[in-house]
Design a binder for this molecule. Structure first.
Ligand code: PHB
Length: 389
């Protein structure tokens, strides 16, 4: 009798302990956030992780009755690691959404996992146009290089910079930037004075800056990935180019808010095109910059951070629409066409391309309250990725 009761008790206990994690699993949606948290691009990881945490602190860790659990992993900017982490998270950890992806090779490495497992992959940083075409489950909340480069190319030719030398980092987003700068610049009547591509690892810009100076252009156009702007700027100043009369135009990646305040006055007057400035004038952005700084020891949010913040918004809004159903097809359907106000301004997810449509601002580095900012002075609204039909 006693034995039978004991056995029944054990069976109930086993069933309960067996069931408890199941019930919890059904109420929790895990998001795998894969970012470069160490190495030369750690600022992108730090900015996006901070923005994701801020979004959750502001909006709660539960949406549509589901608890949201973020698992952050450092891929150390190695594509094979990104791929392995994405696979492990989906297969072993039961992650329902992959997010992050600090650089193009890292986003591309995870795309086959997203496509095969039908898991949404929210690209919060990487900006090469073709990324979204590598998995039908990719949604991008950052930008594309063609969006930014085409706007600054057009602006340059129309504002007296007729002869421009292009310097870009030699990897996919740099190639996109070069191509789309040249295209829009030529269309508006500009002529290239030359072009150079600089290796991404341990970049030495000096010889390329010399070639640019020798070509005597009106301006140099630059794309370097977020994290390398300080090296470029240092070498630009060392060669005296800030005093040469040759203007500097760039995609906003160069005058990244994460480090802009530390550049010094040599970058005053640099003109860039980009989707986000910490100085963007809106109530939403003012609140964002204040909350971000408060939660992160005064850190200034940069353009990568809003990719993370808006990526979380896209996830939350999609889960609300699906009533908490995290099925990949259901989430993708819910994400397509979403439109909302970001700290950067109005944005939407293009239903056809799954890329972000947004305002690209023209900005000039100016001093405000004793600190350098990208001060917006112009805007091109509703910019889709021009590289897509
Ligand atoms: C990219 O790898 O796609 C990338 C990285 C940093 C940037 C822009 C693009 O600032």
């Amino acid at each position: 009798m006693l034995r039978r009761e004991l056995l029944r008790g054990l069976a109930v206990a086993a069933a309960l302990t067996g069931m408890a994690p199941l019930a919890a699993a059904q109420d929790t949606i895990k998001i795998g956030l894969i970012l470069p948290m160490t190495g030369p691009f750690a600022s992108t990881g730090r900015q996006i992780e901070a923005a994701v945490k801020l979004y959750m602190a502001e909006n709660g860790a539960t949406v549509a009755g589901k608890k949201i659990e973020i698992i952050v992993k450092d891929d150390t900017n190695v594509a094979d690691v990104t791929k392995r982490l994405a696979q492990e998270m989906v297969v072993n950890d039961g992650v329902k959404i992959l997010a992050g992806f600090g650089l193009t090779p890292l986003a591309l490495a995870a795309a086959p996992i997203s496509a095969q497992a039908k898991v949404p992959q929210i690209v919060m940083a990487a900006g090469t146009s073709i990324i979204t075409e590598r998995s039908p489950y990719i949604v991008r909340t950052s930008f594309t290089l063609p969006q930014k480069a085409s706007v600054i190319g057009d602006w340059a030719a129309k504002n007296g910079l007729k002869k421009v030398f292009s310097i870009v980092t030699d990897f996919a987003p740099g190639h996109d930037a070069e191509k789309w700068f040249k295209e829009s610049f030529a269309k508006a009547g500009g002529v290239m004075a030359g072009e150079a591509r600089v290796p991404i690892a341990n970049p030495d810009f000096a010889p390329f800056l010399q070639r640019a100076a020798d070509a005597k252009p009106d301006a140099i156009f630059v794309f370097v990935p977020s994290g390398q702007g300080a090296i470029f700027t240092k070498q630009y100043v060392e060669r005296g180019l800030d005093r040469s009369g040759i203007k500097l135009v760039a995609t906003g990646d160069l005058t990244d808010d994460d480090i802009l305040a530390k550049y010094g006055d040599s970058v005053l007057g640099v003109i860039t095109a980009g989707p986000y400035s910490a100085a963007h004038l809106s109530a939403k952005n003012k609140a964002y910059v204040a909350a971000f700084g408060k939660a992160n020891a005064g850190m200034r949010p940069n353009f990568m951070s809003v990719g993370g913040y808006d990526g979380m918004h896209v996830i939350y809004e999609a889960l609300k629409k699906t009533n908490g159903n995290a099925d990949g097809d259901a989430l993708l359907a819910a994400m397509k066409g979403l439109a909302f106000e970001s700290p950067r301004g109005p944005v939407s997810i293009d239903a056809g391309t799954r890329d972000i449509t947004q305002t690209i601002y023209l900005r000039k580095v100016e001093k405000a309250d004793g600190e350098l900012y990208n001060v917006e002075f112009g805007a091109v609204e509703n910019v889709r990725d021009p590289a897509k039909p």
